[in-house]
Design a protein around this ligand. Sequence first.
Ligand code: AR6
Length: 332
Amino acid sequence: MPLQIIAANITKMKVDAIVNAANNSLLGGGGVDGDIHKAAGPQLLEECRKLNGCKTGQAKITKGYNLPAKYIIHTVGPRWMGGIVGEKEALVSCYRESLKLAVEYNCESIAFPLISSGVYGYPKDKALEVAVKTAEEFLRTHDLAVYIVIFDRKAYRIAGSLYDAIETYLDESEIVEEAPRLSNLPPLKISKKLLNATVAEKCCKYESADSGLEELVSYIDESFTEMLLRKIDEKGITDAECYHLANIDRRLFYKIRKDKNYRPSKQTAIAFAIALKLPLDEAKELLTKAGFALSPSQVFDRIIEFFIINGKYDIYEINTALFAFDQPLLGA
Ligand code: AR6
């Protein structure tokens, strides 16, 4: 199942479980912990008192009480000490233990705040990287919708070097772009009636149609779905690998697989181009099949180009960058 990064207040999330960035006592505090206790109501503290605290890197579960979420998973992140006392391992453990608890309680969706990145001082870009990587690894073997919730969107930054490289790319003078290669043929106008006709009916109509129509129709290119499936075969990857690499829901993938004429959204089409590691010309071709292009005047399109040109095909890295530039994300 896909992983999504969203800007929100976690107490409002309608998911099976939300995660609380708590302290060892589990008796409440400031930040997200304070917000969750306030929104869930005093019964939460009563239940927390019975849990006998929680070790750093571990997780415990309670009911959600007045929250839209069924459960609250309380985990204790590490305090940032400069990254030299095993903070990363402890933070990875927070995500893993919380995810394991969610599965144990049959949750189908879970939302995390950026654990440790507030009062505990873990740098936000590094905290997000741990969150995304650990969740992504877990999703390879589990079916669960995972949301990483960013609260203070403005304070959020990705690693400086990547951010700077993308900014420089966006600032570069306009690149010369080839016109999207739709077809060498003039636009084809076919009535709805003809499109919906059976093959036999079409043959009859072609015979009486203007000369050349039959020839034109025979030029109709490989569809998006056909090109996608061909590329999956050529790359020798499985369907599951493909929809995971594309951060696409399994059900959506099979819907596309079954429908030769499926028209995906632009984000979905690009997600597959990334999953298949297509070079820029082939990525553009796949997009064209779905009726889209990459425009040099759109920030979103330029960021996608940046990653493809630099051979960076990690969809989760691309999504964190898109999020930093306030752009829609790929896949889910
Ligand atoms: N929804 C989503 N994210 C939030 C919300 C919210 N309502 N409120 C804050 N955040 P922090 P920590 C973000 O300090 O660093 C508490 O006192 C916030 O922007 O809540 O793990 C505990 O009791 C930040 O990115 O948790 C502990 O003593 C992230 O949540 C200590 O703080 C985590 O910030 C834990 O510190």
